[in-house]
Design a protein around this ligand. Structure first.
Ligand SMILES: [Mg+2]
Length: 253
């Protein structure tokens, strides 16, 4: 199980036998954020036009501004991801307000269209299934710890046939607790009867998938999709850094 260390990571020798491995879902196994730009552009193009009072470009810029502010606050983020449709409606509504084109019905319509496009565009990352298969074959027990709405997260697990891989499924909307709350990881560990030192968390979010588990003594793999490296001001110390689950799957062979 030799694995090539990446720049910024300590040398890594892979997972030891019998260790439990917990996965994040969105932007780790599933490409969740990949379609954001295209989906907003399509929605804004459909909404703009003669008589709309704004151009597609103006609406897109307004939504980017409002969404950036909205999702930047951890508490607003927590509330927003518990009801993505409502959060999207609020963001579009505020963007329309800013353009002097207030219209609640239009905001609801555009939000619904956007969420449908986002959902339609979801795909599993290449290598995701291969990695899960390889880890199961190697005798690991797997779990998933994911933030977000109960129905949406469970639907994704079922749609992509992932549910059967996971002995533990921790969904924020079902559990009532989410990452990076320590309780979210403790429940996962207790469910599988695993000690933190014998467990890993793999994910793309430094706060949720590295810092949170790290505080409890789990080891972590950070998915640094854009190869940006660790920010200078972070105390996150992933045990391994990789660009993708495909790269991680290749490292298992
Ligand atoms: Mg994620």
């Amino acid at each position: 199980m030799a694995a090539a260390p990446r720049i910024g990571a300590v040398p890594w020798s892979g997972f030891a036998p019998c260790e439990a491995i917990f996965f994040d879902l969105d932007d780790t196994l599933i490409d969740f954020d990949g379609g954001i730009d295209e989906c907003w552009q399509a929605v804004c193009a459909e909404a703009a036009g003669p008589g709309a009072g704004f151009s597609a470009r103006e609406l897109r810029a307004a939504i980017t501004r409002v969404a950036g502010f909205y999702w930047s606050d951890p508490e607003r983020h927590r509330i927003g991801r518990a009801d993505l449709m409502a959060a999207t409606r609020a963001i579009v509504g505020e963007a329309l307000d800013g353009l002097g084109a207030s219209n609640e019905a239009l905001a609801a319509q555009l939000a619904a269209r956007y969420r449908t496009l986002r959902d339609d565009g979801l795909v599993l990352y290449p290598g995701a299934v291969e990695l899960l298969d390889e880890l199961i074959s190697a005798g690991h027990t797997l779990g998933v710890i994911t933030n977000g709405e109960a129905a949406l997260q469970r639907a994704k697990l079922e749609r992509f046939n992932l549910i059967g891989y996971f002995t533990y499924v921790g969904i924020e909307g079902e559990a009532g607790v989410g990452k990076p709350d320590a309780e979210a990881y403790w429940r996962a560990l207790q469910s599988l009867g695993c000690a933190p030192a014998d467990s890993w968390m793999i994910g793309d979010n430094l706060e949720w998938d590295v810092l949170g588990p790290q505080r409890l003594g789990l080891r972590t793999v950070w998915i640094d999709r854009h190869a940006r490296g660790l920010p200078e001001n972070t105390t996150a110390r992933p045990d391994h850094i990789t660009k993708s689950v495909a790269e991680l799957a290749a490292a298992q062979r």
